[in-house]
Design a binder for this molecule. Structure first.
Ligand code: ZN
Length: 418
């Protein structure tokens, strides 16, 4: 695959996936097109060797796997969620001449970049139809329907020195000056746009705001890719393409979990039972299952902080990844990352055989270290794990920045993994 096709597909995936629900639906479609058979957790599974399968949970997490005779799996893990502003159940606030929405912040988002952006809304809506069945549908408004205006500097002369952001009072997106606006009517109109007309009652929704600015190349030589949700749809894209590219005789599994940004503890998060439940159904008995666990490896792929050219002291200078210099192996003595010398060595051997560059990241010893799905999966399953990631600036901003060379490099290493 050439770099241009690879990156064009990435830009399209980022734009088409404003929420974990949409990312999961897009990956499902990709897997169906690539010949994966859809499994439902609530039905009996009769797996056949030589075929490949996928299954989703909560419409927001997905597992795809090949099912060959050999069972020493190369697994790739990523997450579908990104920090955002999530609509409250009773969102409407009508005051001071406008209608605005109350929101909760989801995950550790950088708040300031959300001001003065053209925002849209997407997610899942559950409703009752005329036959008294509860149904769900995904919506994506697509149009910019809201904005969080900054407070002018004239009204706050300390704005550039000491302005702080209050999540409850300062972050409400403004929708309209028309105070006839009704939220339920707005939702019903959005449902009608996806051909859902039979709505007896609206029950609940999980909707998030997102930036309508499209993913794009930035830089003199298209050096960078700027987009929302680079963390971690970038790794979802790499994992998805990797498992679609490998031969069905190669044991490979890809999992993209929801709720990483809020600690992974949920039915569809990496701390939940989804992966373990799925793996156990792939084997006839516990002994076969445990043999698979102990001969397989999990490559947990999540973004890595590149050294910021304006804030270089935030990195340990010997472990400071650069953008477009290759995938990053993440290490932490306190097991915030699950990499160990054995799993690192296996990854390095493959990368070196393909002439793909690698970099190393260790957080400064006087700073706290983030974590990811790697250690959670390692401790839940007892599987050997490696934490890697692609170098990124502005992680958890509304617009993050990664390199245009690095994702393809990780894809090659994963596809070539032995
Ligand atoms: Zn992440």
């Amino acid at each position: 695959m050439n770099k241009q096709d690879f990156n064009e597909g990435l830009l399209g995936f980022l734009d088409a996936s404003p929420t974990p629900f949409h990312a999961t639906r897009n990956m499902s479609m990709m897997f169906e097109n690539a010949g994966f058979i859809k499994l439902l957790e609530e039905q009996k599974w009769e797996l056949e060797e030589g075929k490949k399968y996928f299954v989703t949970r909560n419409d927001s997490s997905i597992i795809a796997f090949t099912y060959p005779k050999a069972k020493n799996y190369t697994m790739v893990g990523a997450h579908t969620d990104s920090p955002n502003l999530k609509l409250k159940p009773n969102p409407m606030i009508k005051e001071h001449g406008v209608v605005k929405f109350g929101v909760e912040s989801y995950g550790g988002l950088l708040l300031n970049p959300w001001f003065d952006r053209d925002l849209s809304l997407a997610g899942r809506v559950s409703y009752l139809d005329s036959s008294d069945k509860i149904k769900d549908v995904l919506i994506d408004v697509k149009k910019a329907i809201a904005i969080i205006p900054s407070l002018a500097i004239h009204l706050d002369d300390k704005a550039n020195k000491e302005r702080t952001v209050n999540k409850q009072t300062d972050m409400c997106p403004v929708l309209t000056t028309n105070d006839d606006f009704e939220f339920d009517e707005f939702l019903k109109w959005q449902l009608s746009k996806v051909d859902v007309l039979d709505v007896k009652e609206l029950y609940a929704s999980e909707l998030s705001f997102y930036d309508t600015q499209k993913a794009s190349y930035v830089g003199l030589h298209d050096d960078f890719i700027a987009s929302a949700r680079v963390d971690n749809l970038l790794s979802c894209y790499v994992g998805m393409l990797s498992i679609c590219s490998v031969d069905v005789e190669k044991p490979m599994l890809f999992i993209a979990s929801d709720h990483e940004e809020v600690g992974s503890e949920s039915t569809s998060g990496a701390g939940g039972s989804f992966l373990e439940n799925t793996l156990k159904r792939m084997f006839n008995n516990y002994d076969e299952y445990m043999q698979m666990i102990r001969t397989s490896i999990m490559i947990s792929a999540d973004n890595a902080h590149a050294i910021h050219p304006n804030y270089p002291t935030k990195h340990d200078s010997n472990h400071a990844p650069h953008i477009n210099k290759g995938c990053v192996i993440k290490v932490n003595a306190n097991q915030r990352y699950a990499s160990n010398s054995k799993t690192i060595s296996r990854f390095m051997k493959v990368a070196s055989s393909l002439n793909e560059p690698l970099q190393h990241f260790v957080t400064r010893s006087d700073m706290g270290c983030g974590s990811t799905i790697g250690p959670i999966t390692a401790s839940r399953l007892g599987i050997e794990t490696l934490d890697v990631g692609l170098p990124t600036f502005a992680m958890h901003s509304i617009r993050e920045l990664c390199g245009s060379d690095d994702a393809l490099s990780l894809y090659k290493i994963i596809v070539g993994f032995e």
